[in-house]
Design a binder for this molecule. Sequence first.
Ligand SMILES: *Cc1c(COP(=O)(O)O)cnc(C)c1O
Length: 713
Amino acid sequence: MTTFRSKLPNHFDLPRRINRLGELAYNLWWTWQPEAVRVFRRLDYDLWESLGHNPIQLLREIGRPRLNQLADDKEYLALYDRVFASFDAYMSQTATWAERAHPELTNLPIAYFSMEYGLHETLPIYSGGLGVLAGDHLKEASDLGLPLVGVGLMYGQGFFTQRISEDGWQEAINNELDFADLPAIQVLADDGTRMTVDIEFPERNVTLGLWEIRVGRIPLYLLDSNIDSNSEFDKNLTARLYWADLDLRVMQEIVLGVGGVRMLRALGYNPSVWHMNEGHAAFLTIERARELVAAGHTFELALEKTRGQNIFTTHTPVAAGNDEFPLWLIDKYFSALWPQLNISREQFFDIARHHVPSGETFSMGVLALRNAAGRNGVSELHGRVARSMWHFLWPDHDEDEVPISYVTNGVHTANWMASRLRILFGLHFGMDWMDRLDDPDLWTKLNQIPDAALWEVHLHLKRKLAFYMRERVRDRWKAGGYHPVQVVSSGVMINPYALTIGFARRFATYKRAGLVLSDVDLLLNIINHPNMPVQIIFAGKAHPSDEAGKQLIQQVYRQVKRAETSGRLVFLEDYDMNLSRYLVQGVDVWMNTPRRPMEASGTSGMKAALNGALNFSVLDGWWREAFNGKNGWSIGEDKVMDAQEAQDHEDAQSLYATLENEIIPLYYDHDPKELPHEWIARMKDSMQTVIPQFSTRRMVKEYVERFYVPALQ
Ligand SMILES: *Cc1c(COP(=O)(O)O)cnc(C)c1O
């Protein structure tokens, strides 16, 4: 059973009868339990919304009279008691999947390192898919009862808030987070002072404070350089995600890799498996070896003895996407560390030396791949791309024998599925269906659900999305300074009964957000069809230093705000996990147009599919594995062309043709009761094929069985 290191803060003034609300606010378990969400939301619906679903702030601000009232409200207390009975049962559960299937893992912690974690919208320590995947990994590890511990960084400002100007330009707002409002608890040493770890940087030590976040049964520990004894420069190390400045970036990765190992030691952990989620964490391999050198081993032997327990998941399908640092920079920041390894400077560089056209670099990818026994990409195609990309590290192997395999990503079903759907499935499959969600047999029962029942839930979710967009705009309009054209562009004219397509993701150029706009006149013709209108909702942030990404947003926005679109093209500001939830639950079609094979996996389409949306995507990443010809649609074919422009042109042709000839007519083919039976049949096929396979349930079990358990030997 889990023991958390931190002591629960007790700064709420709560009536005795409901005083455990404070404890629940500090365990993110509530975020994937609809009833637990209700236990907070019922306190004050408007305040809950205006605080952005933050239970800690809510409990602090709500005031004693309302709490006293609820402490006397029979109906509320029944809900409260149900939620805590279920919370207690969860936290003390024995005979979890991990304990039953893999008792050999008991008391052998698995350390999971990631630069970002997407756990909830109130905790902006993620930028996109990599973080959301890591967050879902922790939630699933908790559900399965794995002895896993997460390691990451606590960002003082978090990822930025996005505003779009009237002209379509992205503005980034960086706010200082108040950690007292967040479900992060300072870890204290036994003597009551702050627990810290130190890293030797050139001519100084940097001290890092520790935070704990409780994710169900899983503790996540985060490092924070904003400590009084550090210089102003060093305090900034963990201020933001992914500094573009190389000095800050390499230091941040040292904090994660080296600091992360030291943090686990300070907390008393001796992990038996070390999982690096992307190359940012690869310095952990050096720190683990350093520990053994300090104990008297040679560096060579130390690497050899630690390698078997290291696992590396790569997410990057292009060489340029991996972090590579100039050797002089590594020299600068490791000058105090590498001499402790009893090797020469050149030997140190050799562990990650990468020959590139401009000379030599220190490659985080090379470092991780050389020093891990388990290596994987995140989809079948991405595994293949990774084997080709890193073939040079195994020159004696044929390309298809390069020892990098794949585990296709998944999503945490409970976190992403609308509660209305969960209830519908509960009625038909039995209330314990989530325990069997990766069993394909369970999903054959979908055919027993009447079309009308599924469609009713779907329409409810579409209306919810439409109302949500309207309420967001209302707040912005009321606040002033919002141009009317921005109101129109934010979805106020959306018709919840018209075919609605979602396109939301990071605005990186390879995602080709402009593809659907490549023939604007044709698109306007399609979306303005008098009887069969189509709406497209765009959302997404560009990295603040990615000028091309920001220009792409502007290009989309300039089309969105044209009168000729009739308000049917929409751009929603500030894509985050909350907006993502509304979108994946409320659209009919989820569109994705990456340039192959750049998507690696992609996960938002899985979230959409488990809510009944149909995917309409390039055969890249996960969709290439899931598409069966009738559970959605493909854009283009299963091939890569050499000429990018020709590929873009062909994909756009395919997109428009499929949209016009297949998707739109199918959606509007209703029976007299307005039920599109053929469409609903596809929804069922999609749910049946996607939910069991592309869930973190399947994914984490695969990591356990193919990587974690073998690493014990
Ligand atoms: C799921 C998710 C992503 C990742 O989506 P992709 O399909 O991998 O692009 C990014 N951002 C948010 C907020 C998400 O919820």
